[in-house]
Write a protein that binds this ligand. Structure first.
Ligand code: NAD
Length: 488
């Protein structure tokens, strides 16, 4: 049966919760006195719809029904989950629980998004304290998996398990915080970083930009995949966590931070951390952890590259600086031979479960070669911005041999036809002398205004004529014109 959630307070966070539940098939009822709430939530929904469903490689359930309610009692009656996300004021939150507990099902979970309050403070004076628990999300709630679930002794183990199961069912990662504390786990950590950052700005050491660069160009990406302790375990090298602590422990006594209230590095604390780290990561050798880390970093940095943002923008800039040496222009190339249009190493995220380059990446590589060929023939970004481009109409790929991550591959391109609106390319991919694959593409020049085929500029026609003349004596490549034929 379809489950229903009530969202009490539909601001930044409540809107994110609404989207998460709705896109996972729940019906959602919203109560928020702000007359703008409906507009704001529909804007959050638009962003959630374009980003969340595609994160899954399987279809999400059909979207639930969203409704807005003028009365709190209408919103919460009979629902399975009530998520309170009203402003961070204790008196307001307590008042809200009082009203909603008079109308809701005693079996429903009442989760609070509070960033700072302890669950015992929220349960104080409640009609049924055992029904209230902190479920602290992170923005954007529809994408980030972490929910800190902070119960008290008033909540039964079954209730906490049910809350965690429901959160898991909509794609969250519920982290059970075993001991209640102001600001839970994650925000305490962020708070320490935030305080240090404020000091660095105030003392004129760094600007806000410099601090953000210090995070996102380095340890921020590392943290995203292994957190703090596993990262430091790897930093300790083969001797692991104990060595790391022995090496960097004394720094805790040095003025490396304004936050000097640190725990004594006793043998007991070192043992506790080393033992916990062994339990967390001891199943992998340090070399294995390094490889896991490197796979993760490459995947994440290449994702940032596709967005041309942060560390990804640095990679793109570096590529642009290297490119002239790697690939010839039309004037530099020996036009009587196929032209080198791609030279690169196979990246880690191009390999699959068989350990070799996955099928779709051959098309990626050949598409890059086509782009490069277009570029050196004059169909570059300026030309495309002026309204003309080539669109691929057909591609045929032959997979002839395997290749693996790190292998240096090269693509050489023979032009089979380049006249009028038609462009017919034959790419051959090599690793050294080994032919790995061929990719044949047929493209049409189009006007980007009316999307119809048309002849390219005179300059492109002239460039293609040069290639036609120079490559005229090349043999027609073996495999060109092939297709997968119907069985006789
Ligand atoms: N913003 C964040 O990054 C973040 C992250 C995690 C948790 N939180 C927590 O989430 C909660 C909400 O924060 P926010 O950033 O979404 O605030 P917000 O100001 O964007 O939204 C609060 C919403 O509550 C509504 N509201 C006010 N009184 C109400 C009432 N009596 N009943 C129903 N709705 C009412 C407001 O109209 C507003 O739309 C806070 O407890 C906050 O600590 C915030």
């Amino acid at each position: 049966m379809t489950k229903t959630a009530a969202i009490i307070g539909g601001g930044v966070i409540g809107g994110g919760w609404a989207a998460r539940f709705l896109l996972n098939g729940w019906d959602v009822r919203v109560f928020d006195p702000d007359p703008e709430a409906e507009r704001k939530i529909s804007e959050v929904m638009d962003n959630a719809r374009r980003s969340l469903p595609g994160l899954s490689d399987v279809p999400l359930p059909d979207e639930g029904t969203l409704s807005f309610h003028a009365e709190l009692a209408d919103a919460v009656a009979g629902v399975d989950w009530i998520q309170e996300s009203v402003p961070e004021r204790l008196d307001l939150k307590l008042k809200v629980y009082k009203s909603l507990q008079e109308a809701c099902d005693p079996g429903a979970v009442i989760g609070s998004s509070t960033s700072g309050f302890k669950p015992s403070e929220l349960q104080e004076g409640a009609l049924r304290p055992e029904q209230i628990v902190v479920t602290h999300p992170f923005n954007p709630v529809y994408l980030l998996p972490l929910i800190e679930v902070v119960p008290t002794g008033a909540n039964s183990a079954e209730f906490v398990q049910k809350a965690k199961d429901l959160l898991t069912s909509v794609g969250f990662f519920p982290l059970h915080v075993r001991k209640e504390i102001d600001a839970h786990i994650a925000d305490r950590f962020l708070e320490a970083v935030w305080r240090e950052a404020l000091w660095l700005v105030k003392d004129g050491v760094a600007t806000t930009t410099e601090i953000d660069e210090a995070i996102r160009m380095g340890f921020g990406i590392r943290w995203a995949q292994m957190g703090l302790f596993e990262t430091y375990r790897v930093a300790g090298g083969e001797a692991g966590m104990r060595h790391f602590m022995a090496q960097f422990g004394p720094a805790l006594k040095w003025p490396w931070t304004k936050l000097m209230d640190v725990p004594e590095f006793t043998d007991e604390l070192v043992d506790m951390i080393a033992d916990q780290s062994d339990a967390q990561s001891g199943m992998h050798s340090i070399r294995e952890l390094e490889r896991i880390r490197d796979n993760n970093l490459v995947g994440m940095m290449r994702a940032l590259k596709a967005q041309d943002y942060g560390a990804g923008a640095v990679l793109n800039k570096h590529d642009a600086a290297l490119k002239p040496g790697a690939l010839p222009t039309l004037d530099e190339a020996d036009l009587s031979q196929p032209i080198r249009t791609l030279a690169r190493a196979v990246p880690l995220d191009w390999t699959d479960y068989n350990g070799h380059m996955t099928e779709s990446r051959y098309l990626d590589a050949f598409a890059c070669s086509t782009d490069r060929f277009m570029e050196i023939a004059g169909c570059d970004s300026d030309y495309i911005a002026s309204g003309g481009s080539y669109f691929t109409a057909e591609t045929h790929i032959r997979h002839l041999d395997e290749t693996h991550a790190g292998a240096k591959i090269e693509v050489r391109t023979q032009m089979l036809l380049g006249a009028g609106k038609k462009l017919h390319l034959f790419h051959s991919m090599f690793e050294g002398d080994k032919l790995l694959a061929t990719g044949e593409s047929f493209l049409l020049h189009v006007s980007l205004e009316n999307r119809r085929p048309c002849a390219p500029s005179a300059a492109i026609e002239a460039a293609l004529a040069r290639v036609t003349e120079a490559q005229a004596s090349l043999p027609y490549p073996e495999g060109a014109g092939n297709a997968i034929r119907k069985p006789a």
